[in-house]
Design a protein. Structure first.
Length: 313
């Protein structure tokens, strides 16, 4: 346990330094913008994408999707005048505001946001983004020291688990999902409960044969689009899978949203009906080894919804 304790101390010191550097009181925000500072626990696990497009015509890059490299959220900005439509001049005002608070880039968000945890996967449930208007998340890029601290944390957890449970298998990908799920659940990686909870999750997702039946960790990404707005939310949790010949059923047992799937499995290909986060649609996907992946899309009265539902063990 000493190895993990040292890792915890190292991560805590990194986070403390980052917090101290950004703790100075901000003066008047330029451009008639309103700034809300993020004050929750920095889990070092904010939402990312495989690839992202950024508008580089401003003094800071402006993203319309999640960046593809690690970052932390400083806060958000929005216009004092809610009627502003975020045209060229408004973007420049937002960039000036982001520079004033030490931001490295911005992520434009549209529509109603329920809170930081809902949109970026933060560990804290403290929400600072609760307005039904366009906002910009102000972010800073994580330092190499922070990135290495996270990697050391994850490696330490896996090494301790393997040492204490030599007969059980666990992949780095599954371990990484378990860590992120715990952080999103509000269990800080510096707490005494973190490693026992990690072990509990790893044991729940163990399997002894080739059947798909058992418990799996899941991540669902839901994107909704309407005429004048769009939103994206990510959910994580634990689900039970029951596979009987060609029939397969998936039901969430804990986590951030209710999810279920009922359908058929033929030679690794899946088809059926999915329900997740209050949406229902036909879904297709595949099951390969320790991973199940489902995709779906549907037309709503107000627009469209599409999503992915991925399970890992």
């Amino acid at each position: 346990m000493r190895h993990l304790s040292l890792s915890r101390i190292f991560i805590a010191s990194v986070l403390l330094c980052a917090s101290v550097e950004g703790a100075e009181k901000h003066g008047k925000i330029p451009g008639n913008m309103r700034f809300s500072e993020y004050t929750g626990y920095d889990a070092l696990d904010w939402e990312m994408s495989v690839g992202a497009l950024a508008d580089t015509s401003y003094k800071l890059p402006v993203y319309r999707g999640w960046p593809s490299k690690p970052y932390a959220v400083i806060g958000d900005v929005r216009h004092q005048d809610e009627r502003k439509q975020w045209e060229e001049g408004e973007f420049r005002d937002a960039v000036r505001a982001a520079q004033a608070v030490g931001g490295d880039a911005m992520i434009i968000r549209h529509g109603s946001e329920a809170g930081v945890r809902a949109i970026t996967g933060a560990a804290s449930s403290v929400g600072i983004f609760a307005q039904a208007q366009t906002t910009a998340l102000i972010i800073r890029w994580q330092t190499e020291q922070e990135i290495q601290a996270r990697r050391k944390r994850d490696q330490s957890l896996l090494e301790q688990f393997k040492s204490a449970n030599p007969n059980l298998e666990v992949s780095e990908e599954t371990g990484g999902i378990a860590v992120k799920y715990l952080l999103r659940s509000g269990v800080q990686d510096t707490s005494q409960d973190f490693f026992p909870r990690f072990v509990e999750l790893m044991k729940k997702t163990q399997h002894t044969n080739d059947t798909l039946s058992g418990q799996w960790l899941f991540k669902a990404v839901i994107k909704t689009s309407a005429l004048v707005s769009q939103s994206e939310r990510t959910y994580m949790g634990l689900a039970t899978v029951r596979a009987d010949r060609e029939s397969i059923a998936i039901v969430s047992v804990e986590g951030e949203t209710e999810a279920n799937f009922s359908g058929q499995e033929t030679s690794g290909r899946l088809s059926g009906q999915i329900g997740v986060a209050g949406y229902s649609a036909k879904a297709e996907g595949v099951a390969v080894g320790k991973k199940i992946s489902l995709t779906f899309q549907s037309v709503l009265q107000s627009g469209t919804v599409q999503g992915t539902f991925v399970l890992q063990r």
